[in-house]
Design a protein around this ligand. Structure first.
Ligand code: GLN
Length: 585
């Protein structure tokens, strides 16, 4: 048990005490509880999915929840990580570039997160070094223990204060035993000790092997993984067993027996067809009750709210599985077509639309480096819509232009996202407005007509120092447009951005004269944020400089994706004769 005297002395680094626990102002000990989720056996088990699903169960009960992901890498943020290696870069409203797990939290909790909900070794260590230079630890040799772990504990408690959370969910990246996560683990162990009994709990997420040759589930790897956790002084309160199939009673008994965790706190977390089915499958196992008991939170439950929230959520999950009669096939012309995680939010946005519109949305991944004028019609035959997603660099861009041209000329629904918006401007400039040399200075720096360019003076106005324009921004919507209809006639919306280039305003008059409509603009600056063609010319040709997939939520799907899938459905429903020749297989 932590002593109050001990906590009273914390924060004074010149003190001879071995405890170094800086406390944020206004911290109310005992108000916020902590659920610490650790992975054993292997990474990639879905700690983020588990953690956000459990957080959702408590949030539905009226508790205020605040997740945080602690990454083991030295990068300050995820901005420079390669999507091939690490999945998509997810941008939060405040502009911090994080990893795709933060997207999972935002979607499941329907909550906008910010920098307080994400940290990396790089952030923690650079913070310690900065503090050392500023004389923050005068008189002391600065060490991993107590100083680095002290900063980690501070970060967690700051989140508690900032969000006034009932429960902070701490997801420690990687696997127990990794060097890079060891100080996080130590920090969590100390935090639990200092906060005292009933204030925090550890969940070990483990993996149950089921080798095909044996045809049965084996628990040894899980047992060894949990033992590894115990070696560093952490005894889990709950064990969640990831597995392909429901974990058998016998395996749960073994795990319970060898870890001293009661059977009722050893849960199966087997594969589901959609991550949105995970919260319910955990609730059926009774995990929410156990967590409330361990953390003494039963008093804070709002039963009426839980009933309401479950009704709303059930509406969604009940529609995920039943077979749907119609299928809309959408081609996604991505660069990272071999790693779906690079487009995780696009997949999710389409899943949301699938449920809301009651259709299957099948995505077909198309590598545009293989596309040219001669094969585009064949390659796109049978699809009902196209997404050209975000991207960087010139590889495959001419193939994208061909896809966009084809969509525009053949009434095929089109949604251009970020780079896909810019490519649509280039295609229109070249093929409709007669600017045959139109390009972007990103991939054609040597002077063709850069309708897409870097505009440092605009960046300065926005105070962003001429680099990437990141985060949530307001978009003014033009009345009478497709965008206006999709956003229920709102005059403004907020979308997430991550780009360096944009439409050069000096070409706007020429593009508009040629028929292109800029339906979304920055409220005060000439930054073009959405475009479209009139419905008299094309049923659905829309682009946005933003990433609408990042703000699509299960119960509030992205209007732009809804527009695309609905248009794709209309296209699919057209009698065959109305489908242009070129589109037929
Ligand atoms: N590469 C483009 C830019 O930096 C588009 C970025 C994106 O698609 N996220 O502006």
């Amino acid at each position: 048990m932590a002593s109050t005297e001990m906590l009273g002395r914390l924060g004074n680094s010149q003190d001879e005490s071995e405890f170094y626990t800086p406390m944020p102002e206004g911290y109310r000990r005992g108000h916020t509880k902590y659920v610490i989720v650790l992975g054993t056996v292997m990474s990639g088990l879905g700690k983020g999915i588990f953690s956000s699903s459990l957080a959702k169960l408590l949030q539905d009960k009226g508790l205020r929840v605040a997740p945080i992901k602690m990454e083991g890498y030295l990068n300050i943020d995820s901005g420079t990580l390669n999507p091939y290696r690490h999945g998509e870069v997810f941008v939060m409203d405040d502009g911090l570039e994080t990893d795709m797990d933060l997207g999972t939290y935002e979607r499941l909790l329907d909550q906008d997160l910010n920098a307080a909900h994400y940290t990396t070794n790089g952030q923690i260590l650079s913070g310690v070094l900065r503090k050392e230079r500023e004389g923050g630890y005068l008189g002391r040799d600065v060490q991993v223990i107590p100083h680095v772990v002290g900063e980690v504990k501070l970060k967690l408690r700051e989140l508690a204060v900032k969000t006034n959370a009932d429960v902070v969910f701490v997801e420690v990246g990687g696997t127990v035993g990794d060097y890079e996560n060891s100080f996080y683990l130590e920090a969590c162990r100390q935090l639990a000790y200092e906060e005292g009994e009933g204030s925090s709990m550890f969940v070990a997420l483990t993996y149950i092997l089921e080798p095909g040759a044996l045809g049965e589930q084996k628990s040894k790897a899980a047992q060894l993984g949990i033992r590894k956790l115990m070696e560093v002084g952490v005894h889990p309160h709950v064990i969640a067993c990831r597995a392909t199939n429901p974990v058998t009673e016998k395996v749960r008994q073994k795990i319970s027996m060898f870890t001293n965790v009661p059977m009722k706190r050893v849960f199966s977390m087997h594969d589901q067809t959609s991550i949105y089915l995970v919260p319910d499958s955990l609730r059926v196992g009774g995990i929410d009750r156990e967590v409330l008991t361990i953390l003494d939170l039963h008093d804070r439950v709002d039963q009426a709210k839980e009933d309401r929230e479950r009704e709303r959520w059930n509406w969604f999950v009940d529609r995920i599985q039943p077979p749907k009669e119609k299928t809309v096939k959408i081609a996604v012309t991505g660069k990272y077509v071999s790693t779906r995680d690079a487009y995780a939010s696009i997949l999710k946005a389409c899943e949301h639309c699938s449920v809301h519109l009651g259709v299957n949305v099948d995505l077909e991944w198309i590598d545009t480096t293989q596309i040219d004028r001669s094969n585009v019609a064949k390659r796109l035959s049978g699809v009902h819509g196209i997404i050209v997603p975000g991207g960087f660099g010139s590889r495959g861009t001419e193939g994208k232009i061909e896809c966009i041209k084809f969509a525009r000329e053949n009434n095929l629904p089109y949604l251009g996202i970020c780079l896909g918006f810019q490519m649509a401007v280039i295609e229109y400039a070249r093929n409709v407005c007669g600017m045959t040399d139109a390009s972007s200075s990103e991939f054609d720096p040597n002077g063709h007509r850069a309708v897409i360019d870097v505009l440092p003076e605009q960046k300065k106005i926005e105070g962003l120092g001429g680099n990437m324009r990141l985060g949530g921004k307001d978009v003014e919507i033009k009345a009478g447009t497709i965008a206006s209809r999709l956003f229920d006639n709102a005059t403004q919306c907020r979308l997430r951005f991550r780009h360096r280039y944009e439409v050069d305003p000096k070409f706007i008059p020429q593009l508009e004269a040629g028929g292109l409509i800029f339906s979304g603009k920055h409220p005060t600056q000439p930054i073009m944020q959405m475009l479209e063609l009139p419905t008299s010319v094309h049923p659905f040709f829309v682009g946005t400089q933003a990433h609408p997939e990042m703000t699509s939520r299960p119960l509030r799907p992205s209007p732009l994706f809804m527009g695309l899938v609905q248009a794709g459905l209309d296209y699919a429903n057209k009698p065959a004769a109305a489908v242009p020749e070129k589109v037929k297989a």
